[in-house]
Design a protein around this ligand. Structure first.
Ligand code: ADP
Length: 304
């Protein structure tokens, strides 16, 4: 009889403890919203302890990753705002400086007033240039930019960018050229205007960071059956190896003072990378200091 009572008590106690633990575990599950409570009820409580530990660990790990990502994003945003303010300040103060000088009396001085207005206007142009780049990169980053793909001849697009930049290149005595004559069209399927921007940014950089009397060569080669690779090669300054991994970051500059003087927004390569990746293509860079740099990107050939 005593044995029976003991067994009964034991069973009741066991059951109650199990229920108690079960309720606690379930509460934890509910609290962290890990699982639907129904999936829990079908499993025995004892083995659930292991599952619970595993799930909690997984949950903690996921949350940590989420928090880290948010922290990085927050830091990124703070950096971005700081950088934008910094980039805008210089031209803005230039405009203010000239306007104040004019108001303080230079307006009456025929000899200088036109010069000052022209300079202020140049600074406004620079502001617009930076804001346009900011606008473009923001659109690219929020995925707001729809590509309008079409078939076009990449050789003639390159030629038209050459023509547009000829004067700028001539100022630095740099020659923009193809690596060989391209007599037949090479048709690709991409967003022509965005690729024009990519080519412009790469060629402008090759001029800005090129050597006097240098050459920038562009080539278009077959890569695989349905791809071509466009290479932009210069014999300019080159880029030290340690900077290459960060080159495509917004506002990243190898030599901050030198580059800003050269007049970029610090967003050129970030835009290039976004556009190429939006196409599902790849961008590469190889560079040797004092030898030169080569930026290359792939494009899809047109099917027709
Ligand atoms: P920006 O030219 O406005 O500074 P970019 O994003 O176009 O910004 O370029 C980032 C940096 O990469 C430049 O500041 C420069 O230091 C380096 N760079 C880009 N292209 C070249 C090149 N062809 N040769 C040498 N350095 C380059």
């Amino acid at each position: 009889m005593a044995g029976l009572v003991f067994a009964l008590c034991f069973l009741v106690l066991q059951l109650r403890i199990e229920r108690f633990i079960y309720r606690k575990i379930r509460k934890i599950y509910d609290d962290v919203a890990l699982l639907e409570s129904t999936t829990l009820t079908s499993q025995p409580i004892t083995t659930d302890m292991r599952t619970l530990t595993e799930e909690i660990e997984k949950f903690a790990k996921d949350k940590k990753i989420e928090i880290d990502t948010l922290k990085i994003r927050e830091e990124y945003r703070r950096d971005f705002l700081g950088n934008v303010a910094h980039e805008l300040k210089t031209p803005l103060f230039t405009v203010q400086g000239y306007l104040e000088t004019l108001l303080d009396g230079a307006l009456e001085d025929k000899a200088v007033r036109k010069k000052y207005v022209v300079r202020a206007n140049k600074a406004v142009d620079r502001l617009i240039y930076i804001v346009n780049d900011l606008d473009l990169i923001t659109k690219l980053e929020v995925g707001d930019l729809r590509l309008e793909k079409e078939d076009f001849n990449i050789v003639s697009l390159i030629q038209s960018v050459f023509d547009l930049l000829e004067m700028k290149a001539a100022k630095s005595h740099i020659v923009l050229t193809f690596d060989m004559p391209y007599d037949t069209p090479i048709m690709v399927h991409a967003d022509r205007e965005k690729i024009r921007q990519v080519l412009t940014n790469l060629l402008v950089n090759s001029i800005k960071y090129g050597n006097d009397n240098g050459t920038t060569e562009v080539s278009v080669e077959n890569l695989v059956k349905n791809k071509v690779i466009v290479r932009v090669t210069d014999n300019g300054d080159g880029i030290p190896k340690e900077h290459i991994p960060r080159l495509f970051e917004r506002f990243y500059r190898v030599d901050p003072s030198g580059s800003r003087k050269a007049g970029g927004s610090g967003l050129g390569l970030a835009i290039v990378k976004h556009v190429i990746e939006a196409h599902g293509e790849k961008i590469y860079v190889e560079s040797v200091v004092d030898v030169g740099s080569e930026f290359s990107f792939t494009l899809e050939k047109s099917k027709t």
